[in-house]
Design a protein around this ligand. Structure first.
Ligand SMILES: O=C(O)CCC(=O)C(=O)O
Length: 300
């Protein structure tokens, strides 16, 4: 198969969804503007410089990895809410699920959430990472519905020589018997500020860096809201840092409920606790809201 399709940041959402569902990945050129990229570098550089290389073959022994990104910067909103990242993630993953509750036929649409965040800096001599599927974290079987949409933003240029992410286009359609071959994987070549977006079922991995210049990528993953977050965002991001972001991002960080009823606090939307520091009326007003207001009849 040919390499991944490249689109501009103003590409049509439905077209990008179609590309992603067909090929498993897409490159959005110039997804992050120069000002945002500079701000992210300013906030992340000290942590990257202080970070030691990894110690195992999978994470890379010539690779620096820095996580807890929403605690380290306030500049991630334009990345995680980019219409060509969040838009396709919502369209692909937030599919209504029909169910019976007693005699009522209802549909529940899951939320999505920020799962893992990481800077990945490959240094000279870093070899290829084993090809893998990121939805393996949730022990997903294939083929199956997509439960993760991930982005890798090029913080520096990605080339075939410096370890640009290796991707096997179309591999999300494969079953679990077919093993990925290195010869099938194509390097992601993109300029700083561009973004590779791919589905959780796609085989991919970091490439080999044979140059003397580090390759720096920033990856964020959006997962279905009924799965455990890869990175524990409640521990990784202090409340003050969460509050530095707008409501949509706060909810994506996990301060939300996934229908029909996951993630509640005292049976209420945890977002209320985050914002107000208390659940209004708790203990004082009878009739605390049910987790989900679905059209369910009382007779069972
Ligand atoms: O660094 C990359 O390009 C990909 C890294 C990756 O897939 C991983 O660490 O799981």
């Amino acid at each position: 198969m040919a390499g991944l399709v490249r689109v501009r940041p103003d590409a049509d959402l439905d077209e990008v969804v179609e590309i992603l569902e067909r090929d498993g990945g897409v490159i959005v050129e110039d997804l992050v503007d120069a000002g945002t990229l500079a701000s992210l570098w300013a906030d992340f550089q000290p942590a990257l410089d202080a970070c030691a290389y990894g110690e195992d073959w999978y994470n890379g022994t010539r690779t620096r990895r820095v996580s807890s990104l929403f605690a380290r910067t306030t500049h991630l909103t334009p990345v995680v809410t980019h219409p060509l990242y969040l838009g396709p993630a919502r369209k692909i993953m937030q599919k209504p699920v029909p169910m019976w509750i007693g005699k009522s036929r209802v549909e529940m649409t899951p939320t999505i959430q920020i799962s893992g965040t990481q800077l990945i800096q490959l240094h000279e001599g870093q070899g290829k990472q084993p090809l893998h599927r990121d939805d393996a974290l949730h022990l997903r079987t294939h083929p199956g519905a997509t439960s993760r949409v991930q982005i890798m933003v090029a913080m520096s240029e990605f080339t075939a020589e410096n370890g640009g992410t290796m991707v096997i286009p179309g591999s999300h359609h494969w079953d679990d018997e077919r093993a990925p071959q290195a010869s099938e994987a194509l390097p992601t070549v993109m300029s700083a500020g561009s973004g590779l977006i791919w589905l959780g079922g796609v085989y991919h991995g970091g490439g080999r860096n044979t140059t003397s210049t580090p390759r720096t990528g920033m990856t964020l993953a959006l997962d279905l809201g009924n799965l455990r977050q890869e990175e524990n965002q409640y521990l990784a991001v202090p409340r003050e840092s969460v509050l530095a972001y707008p409501e949509e991002v706060r909810r994506l960080l996990g301060y939300d409920r996934c229908p029909p009823g996951l993630g509640w606090y005292e049976m209420e939307d945890p977002y209320l606790l985050l914002e107000d520091g208390e659940i209004p009326g708790l203990g004082g007003i009878p009739g605390v809201l049910a987790p989900v207001k679905a059209p369910v009849t009382a007779d069972v």
